[in-house]
Structure formats: C-alpha cells, structure tokens
Design a protein around this ligand. Structure first.
Ligand code: AVJ
Length: 314
C-alpha cells in the first residue's frame, strides 16, 4: 500500500486574503471552496442524505447501473486523478473495475483527505496512492510530478463540483484538466441537469435545515479561524434558482444593520445586504458538451437519470 501525503502551505493565508477581499467587495462574496472545514465536510455529507437533495444518490445510482459500460468505454487506465476528492468514497467504484496502478487525490480539506486516502491505500494494496492537500484551482500543475511516467490518465470530476464555476471559469478548468490528462487522456464528469425550478429550490432549502447550517457554518469557520465576530442569528440562509442564469444562488442575508470584525478589520452590513457564498450551475446535456468541447474535449458517451448526467470525454 504505497501511500504518500503532502500538504501544500498557504491554505490559511488564502482563506484570510480571500475573505478580506470578498467582504470589501460590492456585492460581498466568499468562494464556496471555503465551506469545507471539518464541520462543513460533515454537513455536506449530511446534505447528500436529505430527501430533497438527490444529486449524490442519483450519481451513484447512475455509476452503479452503468459501471461495466463506463469501464468498457474507458479502456485501460493507468492513473486516476480526482480533484476535490473529499472522502474518496466515489472513486472506489472505479478502482474496483479499472484496477489502475496509480491514484492521485487532491482536496483543499487536507486532514479528512489524508485519513480517507490512507484508508483507501490500505484497502487497495496494489494501488499507488498520493494525496495532495492543496487548492487545485491555484496550481493544478503541482499534480504533474506525481503522474510522471506512461499510461493513460483519467481525470474524474464527479458530484457536479463543476457547477460551482461560471461557464467561462468552468471552460478554463476543463481546459486545465485537458492539459493534465494529456492528449490521450480522458475525463469522466458528473453534473446536475436543468430541471423543474421548484425541485432545484427544494434541494437547496431542505426541510431539516442542513443546507442552511452548511451555509452559516462558513461564518462560524471565519469566526474560529480568522478571529471574527459574526452573529449567526443575524444572517439568513437564502437560496433560489435563477432561471435566466441557469444557476442556484446561495446567499447569507443580513437581518440587521451591523458591523462585523474580521482579522482586525471592520465590515459594515446594511439591513438586507447579501453575502454571496455559492453558485451551482445547471446545464442541459448539449450545453455542457459544447462547454467541454470549447475546452478541447470530445464527448464519447453519456448517461442520465432523474435530472443528473455523467459524461465521458476523450
Ligand atoms: C458540491 C458543489 C455539487 O452545488 O450542489 C450542496 C454543494 N451547496 N448544497 C452543489 C452544495 C449546497 C454542491 N456541490
């Protein structure tokens, strides 16, 4: 079970810089990658079990139902790269059928990633596992040395993580995946489809309030890690589907006029002012294929079920 772990520094610096810049901007916003501290990772796993949020369940059902077809379409794969691997649960299914020699997982949440990747290395004794605790958005090329050597590379990007990026940024990210995978590489990607807006609305407004807790946890994290004094009771989780933009938007709306101190700086919130925390873009099948093709990928095949899609690109 060869296992390597490397934590890249500066994660804390970027949280601080991004939060201070985002709170000074108009409108205020904080990038969604900062949701995932230990509590945020647990809350996201809980979101995936809510009845209204079918995304993760549907993707796993799709993968299970079409696994042999997907494996056949992929052919031989020597290395799998999963950016934003989280708890490394999803890739296990692919490891079982593809039996690659190498797995590289990356995630900004380093501690949970290291634990998950180590358990995985134990369960797959012949697999060479490397876990990189890093923000792959900043430096995807850092992954390159760990992939050196021949063999076909597969970039696996499940879970509709791509939905967090506006179309231009999504194209840019997929183009970077293309360079990482190489000319004979492949991309297996899952994304959420456009569907009934009321269903989308419900998925981000679950009755148990887990999505609200996930959104507000961002403020709790900033309080803890950046010595801030957000009063969570004075911000409202507010999420809705915006049809012309094709995205769910999540905000934290200030319920009062208030000042907040973060890392020694003071920020003013007007009553009703929104702090934007996430975009979650939804696509039609062809819309997404056109986006991926602009990034240098060619659609090979795809599978869909209940408002979710998995596509394979070469
Ligand atoms: C992990 C980005 C796919 O956008 O649906 C879930 C995150 N936010 N509920 C999504 C999320 C609110 C999720 N992604």
């Amino acid at each position: 079970m060869p296992f390597g772990f490397r934590a890249f520094p500066a994660a804390q610096d970027s949280l601080r810089a991004d939060v201070l810049a985002g709170l000074a901007a108009h409108p205020k916003s904080i990038p969604p990658k900062y949701f995932y501290d230990a509590a945020g990772c647990r809350l996201f796993e809980s979101i995936c079990t809510q009845p209204e949020y079918a995304l993760c369940r549907t993707e796993q059902a799709l993968m299970a139902a079409h696994l042999s077809e997907i494996a056949a379409a992929l052919g031989g794969v020597e290395s799998i790269v999963e950016p934003g691997a989280g708890d490394c649960a999803k890739v296990r299914r692919l490891l079982d059928v593809l039996r690659p020699g190498r797995l590289l997982v990356m995630d900004i949440a380093g501690a949970p990633l290291a634990a998950a990747a180590q358990a995985l290395a134990h369960d797959y004794p012949d697999l060479d596992v490397t876990a990189l605790a890093m923000d792959f958005l900043g430096d995807l090329d850092a992954a390159d040395p760990w992939l050196a050597g021949g063999g076909q590379r597969l970039v696996y990007y499940p879970g509709s993580s791509i939905g967090n990026f506006a179309p231009a940024a999504a194209t840019d990210l997929l183009a970077r995946f293309r360079r990482l995978a190489g000319a004979d590489g492949r991309l297996l990607i899952g994304f959420d489809l456009k569907k009934d807006p009321l269903r989308l609305h419900a998925a981000y407004n679950d009755a148990a309030g887990v999505t609200a807790a996930f959104n507000l946890n961002l403020l709790a994290r900033i309080n803890r890690e950046l010595d801030a004094d957000f009063d969570l009771a004075r911000f409202r989780h507010y999420a809705f589907y915006n049809p012309p933009e094709g995205r769910v938007e999540m905000h934290l709306v200030s319920l009062a006029e208030q000042d907040v101190r973060v890392a020694g700086e003071r920020f003013h919130f007007a009553l009703g002012e929104a702090l934007h925390t996430e975009h979650s873009y939804k696509y039609r099948r062809d819309e997404f294929a056109a986006l991926a093709e602009r990034a240098g990928w060619r659609l090979a095949c795809g599978w869909e079920h209940d408002g979710f899609a998995v596509q394979l690109y070469t």
